[in-house]
Design a protein around this ligand. Structure first.
Ligand code: NAD
Ligand code: AHE
Ligand code: ZN
Length: 375
């Protein structure tokens, strides 16, 4: 198949909110600096649902969504040296070129090399899509488009991993789990003994809990409006639960009262701007740090009294948990193989690519964390 167009099945989002359609899609061969990957397993993340909803200012249609996956390199374009056909890989929506201003700064995991293209659903080389249906181009998404049996990604957007690792599990290391762990380890740098509050106990929030437990946090307070989330969260390290619906007071006041003045670190893992405010304001005066992880819709803005920051609270955010993707995803896979981090426990459902609309429906049910699709 090398050098040839591959026709395969992919789930196409033709329009916001309209059910995805499994189509025969033509996937062009990889050009210079590109890699064609056979996707074997892909999970769904709430960011896919967010873009599908039409609320993502970067959402373009028709497109192939999906960004949490694992597969095998099918072929590589000219000049690609770091991966070869047969390599097991995880596509990385946050690239790492190791050459751009961002990568060289040592201050961020964001990479500038291909971001301008991945934000508008095309490849850098010729500013075109590699996906088409009978000649009509279909946009890429986040530089990954994993809801397809084959995809084309930039070489800076693919991490080579241990071939022994089970792809049906480690696909989760493409987004949600690293995001939560890294929010704790890289963005907040939680110290042993800290008090932590987590708003939202989905996959990302539970991975924050796991990261905080590993970091030695003394109290891990989980906040969710769905009390059904609480039992499971204990297994990920959450020590106390608060449902805002059980209280008349603002949730930040409830947390402040519980913690003698506020928490050391808080994490917003929902994407709700009013919860982001609560998460900041439940932090302790003088040092409390709040990390925004949730993705809020287009047009939404955060606010607080500047006095909150004047008196020492810190507001920050993180993408992919601050992990440098190509360097650190293989390290996370190794940690999973050594049983130092959980992955299997976040997988609550397994379906096929053909059942993707059912998988999106499942996301809105409280019991679902990650649903892994086999392609
Ligand atoms: P999820 O929907 O599984 O989890 C969200 C949780 O928040 C649910 O348990 C829900 O019951 C709870 N919730 C909703 N409204 C609430 C409220 N007002 N107060 C308290 N709890 C509330 O989602 P997820 O997959 O864990 O993702 C969480 C967010 O993180 C999403 O916005 C997603 O887009 C974003 N995300 C960001 C990054 C990043 O790099 N920054 C990476 C992955 C996901
Ligand atoms: N396109 C959205 C922003 C979406 C967003 O913030 N994406 C996160 C990853 S979420 C993964 O589930 C991210 O990495 N952001 C940094 C980046 O470079 O995109 C919008 O609102 O415009
Ligand atoms: Zn995601």
């Amino acid at each position: 198949t090398q050098g040839q167009v591959i026709t395969c099945k992919a789930a196409v989002a033709w329009e916001p909110t309209k059910p995805l359609v499994i189509e025969d899609v033509q996937v062009a061969p990889p050009q210079a600096g590109e890699v064609r990957v056979q996707i074997l397993f892909t999970a769904l993340c709430h960011t896919d649902a967010y873009t599908w909803s039409g609320k993502d200012p970067e959402g373009l249609f028709p497109c192939i969504l999906g960004h949490e996956a694992a597969g095998i390199v099918e072929s590589v374009g000219e000049g690609v040296t770091e991966v070869q056909p047969g390599d097991h890989v995880i596509p990385c929506y946050q690239a790492e070129c190791r050459e751009c201003k961002f990568c060289r700064s040592g201050k961020t995991n964001l990479c500038g090399k291909v971001r301008a293209a991945t934000g508008v659903g095309i490849m850098m080389n010729d500013r075109k899509s590699r996906f088409s249906i009978n000649g009509k181009p279909i946009y890429h998404f986040m530089g990954t488009s994993t809801f397809s049996q084959y995809t084309v990604v930039h070489d800076v957007s693919v991490a080579k991993i241990d071939p022994q690792a089970p792809l049906e599990k480690v696909c989760l290391l493409g987004c949600g789990v690293p995001t939560g762990l890294g929010a704790v380890w890289n963005a907040a740098k939680v110290e042993a003994g800290s008090i932590v509050a987590i708003f939202g106990l989905g996959t990302v929030g539970l991975a924050v809990a796991e990261g905080a437990k590993v970091a030695g946090a003394s109290r891990i307070i989980g906040i969710d409006i769905d009390s059904k989330k609480f039992d499971r969260a204990k297994n990920f390290g959450v020590t106390e639960f608060v449902n805002p619906k059980d209280h008349d007071k603002p949730i930040q006041q409830v947390i402040i009262d519980l913690t003698d003045g506020g928490v050391d670190y808080s994490f917003e893992c929902i994407g709700n701007v009013s919860v982001m405010r609560s998460a900041l304001e439940c932090c302790h005066k003088g040092w409390g740090t709040s990390v925004i992880v949730g993705v809020a819709a287009s047009g939404q803005e955060i606010s607080t009294r500047p006095f909150q920051l004047v008196t020492g609270r810190v507001w920050k955010g993180t993408a992919f948990g601050g992990f440098k993707s190509r360097s650190q995803v293989p390290w996370l896979v190794d940690k999973y193989m050594k049983k130092e981090i959980k992955v299997d426990e976040y997988i609550t459902h397994n379906l096929t690519l053909g059942e993707i609309n059912k998988a999106f429906d499942l996301m809105h049910e409280g019991g679902c964390l990650r649903c892994v699709l086999s392609t």
